[in-house]
Design a protein around this ligand. Sequence first.
Ligand code: F6R
Length: 250
Amino acid sequence: MNKIPVETFDTPELAVAKLAAETAELIRSNDAAGKPTVLGLATGATPIRYYQELIRLHKEEGLSFQNVITFNLDEYAGLPREHKESYWFFMHHNLFDHIDIKPENINLPSGTVSDAEIPAHCEEYEQAIIDAGGIDQQILGIGRTGHIGFNEPGSPKDSLTRAITLDEITREDAAPAFDGIDNVPTAAITMGCGTILAAKRIVLMAWGEGKASIVQKAVQGPVNDIVSASYLQEHDNAVFYIDQPASTEL
Ligand code: F6R
């Protein structure tokens, strides 16, 4: 039995069209009410098509991001912004450089704070989300370890933004982009499960048969820290948008 609502689409393109339309509607209704819209964003292969659709809506349908504030889930420890695998670089290349968002409204954890500065940096990140009014819409992918953000197995449900050691499976998955596992960072700063669960709406996307097994565990399995995404079962406004191949074990 599915313990999280799941919408299965014939293609990822159909799923992201629906999700981007929801985002546009949220932005436009907040604009009309004179309120900013706070988006929680993810990196990785999964949301790229969604970002392409947001860019299209901006360029072809006049969707403005002037009143949008963004918070990304995570950043690799040790990578400066200009590193081609940093999530700062990813987000600018895949979204921010193509829309009218104000640079001061873009927030990502820093990959280059010193170890001693990390706790204060993480507290400031949490406070910035609260000061912005909380996240209206959080988008997520899911890792093979069941992670959301980089909340690897063992992450408590109430965890907040913090440094985390990356699971070896996660590092293996990142190895091709880094030209070998030895170049993959061993740690990251990630929003916690509690940070994510505080979002008003959460949409997790998953494409392809490689995600079918972990989607099944997240949606139908027990809620525990072995699969962080299973915590989404306890959120009252979380949904999975997946394609047919990712749905085959449900
Ligand atoms: C990315 C993130 C991760 C990814 C997950 C899936 O900011 O937080 O949880 O969403 O590792 O990655 P892809 O989409 O590359 O399969």
